[in-house]
Write a protein that binds this ligand. Structure first.
Ligand code: PRX
Length: 678
């Protein structure tokens, strides 16, 4: 178990009162994919793990598995062992017979005057094949190689992922908003020798220079002694270079041009073992470096296909829009793999939800006939603030809506339900994590009523438990928070942390392990790192992280990552980051720094520190405020008391400060906070 800090998000979590139930409209229930309450019996512990065959049977297998769950190397679970499958085949080829002419991807450019592009399953098939051929022939990529993608929200991203999957290459997509340096860190960690990017993309009405980040990433990797051989560049507008950065001869390849030589090429999908890694998704954890969560092919795809079908209620005739970014796990599971495995039409929107105004999402929904909508509380809060009455102006109808990634305030939930959903949609609040592959807690929309502010009960086949610090189970209805864990493995769970199996065990399984070396899954509860309470009706309310992770606008950031970025500024001696509640983003980081002797505080220095965070990580990590302090509150053993800093930032009582070595700093900090304008 890694060290826990004296501050957690859960400690500053809002405690909402229990809300009443809302029921899904009959019109939804009668058409829902999952209406049979027996599902919970079929997925009860007595039927575990064989129950998951029902999920795997949604896919087309070259060969069935011999063993559903192999626990012999616990907690490295192996699902559908012996099975052979290809994710690209399942998301593309197998739909051609019935859905060749159906739109697989609706691409909505940010600039409203640009036409929406509709990519059929046939076109997707052609483009995935040609890209797979290029990756194999031009780059020499083979099964098991890793490739880093640093692409914006464009259909070429899904095409690239599916092309990798076709030939067994493991993709690692880095969120496009991350800096070149952050990208380099992930290139080096994953051992990618090819980087795939796009020259630019629109965000907030301006063309972003993405190619520049590739140049920075390659240079940064080189400074660490790591050589990237090729940079493949999609052009946002084929035939035109949209970045001011010149091409690097011998290294950069313009994909639109290079793909011309692969016209008409077809690549047979590789018959991959179910256990072969499909992709890596880096996320923040309790230590400074991001970790590459390794997801499997068969188990992952079965889990996301089934949860897309039963929780998202996707039917092939639906138009489904998840507004997350494919650079996060939500986009992988619920824009690309899940919906496409079900032959849905999935919307990819390039830009900001509020560009050019807060009516944009509703115009897109109206134009495309979107009937399933999926987004985060941060986006809902932003849309509500910018255009509380906008949805009423547009003629669209959602049958189903999702919220994901953060707790949603009941008041915001009600706006989502009444105004966005026009009181005619079922809402699911889905709780899960990058590590989990797919949803863990949510109402089954036709079977359970909704309760604002609560994620709902566990999904079929997921058996959560809430433990206190000593490992005692906290019963439902006890009105007491604890650490939420999942008792059992499920097919979507990640396989390991890339290159760091020891950290995998330590961070997720050591905490509540019942017997070291056990091969029985019952001895290995999965430790999620979230605080939670379970009410008497079995619904879970997620309170937030209990570790050093801050959830900013639904983006997971490690406090250590932000602190290390601040420490790259030469004047900074110490840095400490704490979360502060924010009306729109849920949480934002406040950064406290102490300077080296002789360094002088100044506004310019604050700016420079803030800029360092942006260039080392991303603008999403930018601190709300940089506080230069004379002294940090510290324990006698020299540990910074972040709890005290968080209390100062939030204007709350710092509580007991008697254990501080320097209690007098608290008054100084308070005075500073009161006089500063934030
Ligand atoms: O704290 C929980 C919060 O987001 C964390 C996972 O973040 P990430 O790995 O980036 O995945 C986000 C998308 C799945 C969790 O540890 N979280 C996620 N969903 C919810 C949530 N908090 C409250 N309610 C949710 N529905």
């Amino acid at each position: 178990m890694e060290k826990q800090t004296d501050l957690s998000e859960a400690e500053i979590a809002v405690h909402w009162q229990e809300e009443g139930y809302y029921h899904a409209p009959v019109s939804f229930v009668v058409q829902a994919n999952l209406r049979d309450a027996d599902v919970f019996k079929r997925f009860s512990p007595e039927n575990f793990p064989e129950c998951y065959k029902e999920y795997a049977d949604l896919l087309s297998w070259y060969k069935y598995w011999d063993k559903t769950l192999d626990t012999s190397n616990a907690p490295f679970w192996r699902w559908f062992v012996g099975g052979k499958i290809n994710a690209s085949y399942n998301c593309v080829d197998r739909h051609l017979e019935k859905h060749r002419n159906k739109t697989a991807i609706h691409f909505v450019p940010e600039l409203e005057q640009e036409r929406i592009q509709h990519i059929t399953y046939q076109e997707l098939y052609v483009r995935v094949n040609e890209m797979a051929a290029l990756l194999r022939n031009l780059c020499g990529l083979e099964v098991g190689n890793r490739v880093t993608l640093h692409m914006p929200m464009v259909p070429e991203l899904a095409i690239t992922m599916l092309a990798c999957a076709r030939i067994g290459v493991i993709h690692s997509q880095v969120f496009s908003g991350f800096s070149g340096k952050a990208c380099a860190e992930r290139i080096v960690d994953s051992g990618s020798r090819v980087l795939i990017t796009m020259d630019g993309y629109y965000r907030g009405g301006t063309m972003q220079d993405q190619k520049e980040k590739a140049d920075i990433a390659v240079a940064e990797a080189a400074s660490q002694g790591y050589a990237v051989e090729k940079v493949l560049i999609w052009q946002r507008y084929p035939g035109k270079h949209s970045s001011p950065q010149p091409l690097v001869q011998g290294r950069d390849v313009v994909l639109n041009e290079a793909l011309k030589s692969y016209r008409g090429t077809r690549i047979e999908p590789m018959q991959m073992p179910a256990e072969a890694p499909l992709f890596l998704m880096y996320t923040s954890g309790t230590t400074g470096t991001p970790k590459g969560c390794q997801h499997s092919t068969g188990g992952y795809l079965a889990y996301v296909a089934a949860t897309s079908k039963f929780i998202q209620d996707i039917h092939p005739e639906d138009v489904y829009w998840c507004m997350a970014d494919i650079g996060w796990i939500t986009g992988h599971s619920y824009i690309v793999y899940g919906p496409l495995a079900l032959a849905a039409s999935s919307v990819i929107y390039e830009g900001l939800p509020t560009y050019p105004d807060a009516g944009r999402p509703w115009r897109i929904a109206e134009e495309l006939g979107v009937n399933i909508f999926h987004t985060s509380p941060t986006a809902i809060r932003a849309l509500r603030r910018a255009g509380p009455d906008e949805p009423k102006k547009y003629n669209y109808h959602f049958k189903h809506m999702t919220t994901v990634g953060e707790p949603i305030e009941p008041e915001v939930w009600r706006w989502y339900y009444e105004t966005v959903g026009k009181s005619e949609a079922a809402i699911v609040d889905t709780w899960w994590q990058t590590e989990n592959g797919g949803f863990l807690c949510s109402t089954v929309p036709a079977l359970h009523p909704m309760k604002p502010g609560s994620a709902g009960p566990a999904l079929p086949g997921i058996y959560p438990v809430i433990y206190d610090e000593d490992g005692n189970e906290i019963p439902r209805g006890a009105n007491k928070a604890g650490n939420i864990c999942i008792r059992n493995p499920w097919p979507g769970i990640f396989q390991t942390i890339w290159g760091d199996p020891e950290r995998f065990v330590r961070q997720y399984y050591a905490r509540y392990n019942k017997r070291e070396g056990s091969k029985d899954w019952r001895d290995w509860p999965y430790f999620a790192g979230d605080g939670a309470v379970q009410s008497a009706d079995g619904y879970y309310r997620i309170l937030g992280r209990i570790d050093d992770v801050i959830n900013v606008a639904g983006h997971r950031l490690g406090t250590k990552e932000i602190e290390s970025a601040a420490l790259t500024v030469p004047e900074v001696a110490e840095a400490a980051v704490v979360p502060v509640a924010d009306e729109i983003k849920g949480r934002v980081p406040d950064l406290y720094v102490a300077l080296k002797p002789g360094a002088k505080p100044s506004h310019e220095l604050e700016e420079r520190i803030s800029k360092a965070v942006t260039t080392e990580i991303s603008p999403i990590a930018r601190p709300r405020k940089v506080w230069i302090v004379a002294d940090m509150p510290k324990t006698r053993s020299g540990k910074i008391m972040r709890r005290v800093l968080a209390a100062v930032s939030s204007g709350k009582d710092a509580g007991d400060v008697s254990t501080l070595a320097n209690p007098e700093v608290v008054a100084d900090l308070r005075k500073m906070a009161e006089t500063a304008k934030v």
